[in-house]
Design a protein around this ligand. Structure first.
Ligand SMILES: [Zn+2]
Length: 131
């Protein structure tokens, strides 16, 4: 006879597979949310690590002032375009996303996703201060 374990979130007795830890997906996500809340450092570190990786990759592939690269090349290496520090909009209304001093713009050319890589310029900062 095996001793039934209880749900880690609500404490209800679990039925079925012996490796189950929660009664349902709701209990599982509630438990993980609680854990995440108790440990805000983990979230900070996750974001921080992603920003560092993004910056390293943009730096590595941006040898000149302006470089076009296939998006998949960076994505394959772990680049996540949803993590950036700030943005700059040019006069054409194109929004460059920046990870510190390295920026990128998503663009589709001939059906292929590209990133245009740029480096932060002083005049971009001047522009922000004027507003
Ligand atoms: Zn439960």
């Amino acid at each position: 006879m095996r001793i039934n374990s209880v749900c880690l979130h609500c404490g209800k007795e679990l039925v079925g597979r012996s490796d189950k830890k929660f009664c349902d997906p709701q209990c599982k996500s509630a438990y993980q949310y609680q854990k995440e809340k108790q440990n805000p450092e983990r979230f900070y570190n996750k974001v921080d690590n992603q920003l560092k990786l993004n910056r390293r990759l943009l730096k590595e592939y941006n040898k000149g002032g302006k470089v076009t690269i296939r998006a998949q090349v960076l994505l394959d290496l772990g680049f996540d375009p949803n993590f950036f520090t700030h943005y700059w909009k040019n006069q054409k209304g194109e929004v460059y996303l920046f990870v510190y001093e390295y920026g990128f713009l998503k663009r589709t050319e001939y059906g292929k996703e590209k990133f245009i890589l740029v480096i932060w310029q002083d005049y971009m900062g001047v522009d922000i201060k004027r507003r």
